[in-house]
Design a binder for this molecule. Structure first.
Ligand SMILES: Cc1cc2nc3c(=O)[nH]c(=O)nc-3n(C[C@H](O)[C@H](O)[C@H](O)COP(=O)(O)OP(=O)(O)OC[C@H]3O[C@@H](n4cnc5c(N)ncnc54)[C@H](O)[C@@H]3O)c2cc1C
Length: 493
C-alpha cells in the first residue's frame, strides 16, 4: 500500500484526513499537539492563570490549532475578498460546494444547535445604505459561530468519525516533523517527540501533505524543497484590537454578527478592514513565545458587556524588501517592549490627543484583558494609526459610539501571511505529490477556506489513487493568478 504523510492536524489537516479515511493509502498524521481529547481550553480564560506563562502554552502556539479550537467562527460564503483566495483558484461554485460540506459536517458534530447567521433582504438594504453613507464597502457573508466552548466537542467528534472509518490511519501525536526532503521521487520525513525530544526517527512516503498553518510557515521556508516551489511574497496586516461597548454595535451584531466592512484611507489609499468581531466577547493574548499579540474570542454561554474586533491595515511590500513577517514581528516586539513584555492598551481619545493612557480607572469601557497602559504611537507607523482612526470614525456613522474617546485599542494585533505558493486546484505544488494546504500555502486565511482546502487536497489524492488525472501545478510560470491586493469599491461620501 502507498504511504502518505500529513503534517499538521489543524483545520485543513482534519478535513483532508476526513476525505482519506478508509482510502487505499496508509496515512501517517503528525502533529506537535497532544491528541484531541487531551487538548485544553485557555488557562487564562478558565481563570486558572492571570497572564500567559513565559513560554507559550499550547493554546495559541503550535499544538492547539488556533481558530478551530478558539472562537471557531466559520465564513461560509464563497467570496472573492474575504476568508482567503480559493475563489481565484477554483471559482465560486466549486468553493461554495466545499463550504456547504464544511457547514454540514460541523453542524452534524455540534453538541448543541448552532445558528447560521444569514443576513436577510432588509438587513442587506440597511447595511448597504449605511456603509455607503459612511464611505465603506460591505462584503456579504454567511457565518457560523461555534464558540470556544463548543470547539473541543466538535473537533473530537469529527476525529472520532474519522478513526471509526479509517483503519488506514496512524497517528503521531506530540510529534514535530523536523524536516521533509525529497528522496528518489518520494519524501523522507525526520521527526521527533515535541515535548521530550531525543527520539529522532525517519520514514519515507509517496505523498506528502503539509498543513502546518501560519505557525509553521517559517518552518516550511527552511525545507530542502522550498527553493524549487513557485512563490510570491505574502501580505501583512497591521492593526489593533478594538474593544468597545456592545451597546454601540448591537444593531449590526444582531443583524450580521460580524459585518465585513472595508475602507480606503483618504490620503494613502490603504485598505483598512475589520476582522474577527466578538460581540459580548473577550480580548485574549496570543503568545508566540518571543512576542505576544492580542486576539479575541467569544463563547456561546459566558458573555461580557463589550464587543471586540480587529481593525487591520493591509500592506504588501515591493523590492528590495521581501520579508513581511519579519516586519510585523519586529513591530510587535517594539509594542511588547514598551509594555514591559506583553500587550499595550490605549484609549482612543488619548491616541487622538497624542498622549499616553495612564489609567483606565474612570474609563466607561472596562477592559476584558489586563494590559499595560501606554502610547501606541511610539511603536506604530503614523500611516497605520491614521488609517485605524479614519476607519473608526467612518464606522461610527454605522455604529454610533465606537469612535468615542473611551473605546480601547490593544496592540499589537498583526497578521502576516506566508509566501503564496503556486498550486493546482487540488493544492498540489509544482513538485509532484507534494501538497501544501491551509494557511501555510497563503491561499486561505480562516477556518472556512482552510477546511475547504483540506477537502480539495483529499479529493485530489483520492483521484490520484484511482489513477485519475489530478496533476501538479505548472513547473515554471504560474498559470494561476498571483496574489493581488484586496479589491475594494471606493465610495467616499
Ligand atoms: C487565536 C486565533 C483565533 C482564530 N480564530 C479564528 C476564527 O474564529 N475563525 C477563523 O476563520 N479563523 C480564525 N483564526 C485563523 C485560523 O485559525 C486559521 O485560518 C486556520 O486554523 C488555518 O488552518 P490550518 O490547518 O492551515 O492551520 P492550523 O489550524 O493552525 O493547524 C496547523 C497544525 O499544524 C501543526 N504543526 C505545525 N508545524 C508542525 C510540525 N513541524 N510538525 C507537526 N505538526 C505541526 C500545529 O500543531 C497545528 O495543529 C484564528 C487564529 C488564531 C491564532
Amino acid at each position: 500500500m502507498r504511504k502518505l504523510a500529513l503534517v499538521g492536524l489543524g483545520a485543513s489537516g482534519l478535513f483532508a484526513l476526513r476525505e482519506l479515511a478508509g482510502a487505499n493509502v496508509e496515512v501517517h498524521v503528525f502533529d506537535v499537539g497532544p491528541e484531541y481529547s487531551k487538548r485544553y481550553a485557555c488557562p487564562i480564560d478558565q481563570g486558572k492563570l492571570e497572564v500567559c506563562p513565559p513560554k507559550a502554552c499550547s493554546y495559541c502556539a503550535p499544538g492547539q490549532s488556533a481558530g478551530s479550537w478558539n472562537d471557531f467562527k466559520v465564513i461560509l460564503s464563497a467570496s472573492p475578498t474575504i476568508g482567503g483566495r480559493l475563489y481565484d483558484l477554483v471559482g465560486a461554485a466549486e468553493l461554495q460546494k466545499r463550504l456547504d460540506k464544511v457547514k454540514a459536517t460541523i453542524l452534524a458534530h455540534a453538541p448543541v444547535e448552532i445558528p447560521v447567521v444569514t443576513p436577510n433582504a432588509d438587513d442587506l438594504e440597511w447595511i448597504k445604505r449605511k456603509s455607503a453613507l459612511a464611505g465603506m464597502t460591505y462584503h456579504y457573508q454567511e457565518l457560523l459561530h461555534c464558540g470556544s466552548d463548543n470547539a473541543p466537542a466538535i473537533n473530537t467528534s469529527i476525529l472520532k468519525e474519522i478513526t471509526d472509518k479509517g483503519p488506514n490511519i496512524v497517528f503521531h501525536w506530540d510529534t514535530k516533523v523536523l524536516s521533509v526532503r525529497r528522496l528518489d521521487g518520494k519524501f523522507q520525513l525526520t521527526f521527533d517527540r515535541y515535548r521530550r525530544p531525543e527520539n529522532e526517527q525517519q520514514d519515507t512516503f509517496d505523498y506528502c501533505v503539509l498543513a502546518p498553518g501560519r505557525g509553521g510557515a517559517h518552518w516550511l521556508t527552511q525545507q530542502e524543497f522550498y527553493k524549487d516551489l513557485d512563490i510570491h511574497p505574502g501580505q501583512v496586516d497591521i492593526g489593533v484590537r478594538v474593544e468597545t461597548s456592545s451597546f454601540f454595535t448591537e444593531e449590526v451584531d444582531k443583524r450580521f454578527y460580524e459585518p465585513k466592512l472595508y475602507y480606503r484611507t483618504k490620503r494613502t489609499n490603504d485598505v483598512v478592514r475589520n476582522f474577527c468581531s466578538n460581540p459580548k466577547g473577550f480580548v485574549t493574548p496570543e503568545n508566540h513565545r518571543d512576542y505576544v499579540l492580542v486576539n479575541g474570542h467569544s463563547k456561546m454561554y459566558e458573555k461580557s458587556e463589550n464587543n471586540n474586533f480587529a481593525v487591520l491595515v493591509s500592506k504588501t511590500f515591493t523590492r528590495p524588501f521581501k520579508d513581511p513577517q519579519l516586519y510585523s514581528q519586529t513591530l510587535a516586539k517594539v509594542v511588547n517592549m514598551l509594555a514591559g513584555g506583553g500587550p499595550l492598551i490605549q484609549r482612543l481619545g488619548d491616541l487622538k490627543s497624542g498622549r499616553r493612557t495612564k489609567s483606565l480607572k474612570n474609563n466607561l469601557i472596562k477592559p476584558t484583558l489586563e494590559a499595560e497602559c501606554g502610547d501606541l504611537a511610539l511603536a506604530y507607523p503614523h500611516r497605520i494609526l491614521e488609517g485605524i482612526i479614519e476607519y473608526l470614525e467612518a464606522l461610527d456613522k454605522i455604529c454610533p459610539g465606537v469612535a468615542d474617546n473611551c473605546t480601547l485599542l490593544y496592540g499589537p494585533e498583526c497578521k502576516s501571511y506566508p509566501d503564496s505558493i503556486t498550486v493546482s486546484k487540488n493544492m498540489e505544488t509544482n513538485i509532484p505529490n507534494l501538497f501544501v494546504v491551509g494557511d501555510s500555502s497563503s491561499w486561505t486565511r480562516g477556518v472556512g477556506q482552510a477546511t475547504t482546502s483540506g477537502i480539495l487536497v483529499g479529493e485530489g489524492i483520492l483521484e490520484k489513487l484511482k489513477g485519475g488525472k489530478s496533476s501538479p501545478a505548472p513547473a515554471i510560470a504560474p498559470e494561476l493568478p498571483a496574489p493581488k491586493s484586496i479589491p475594494v469599491t471606493i465610495i467616499n461620501p
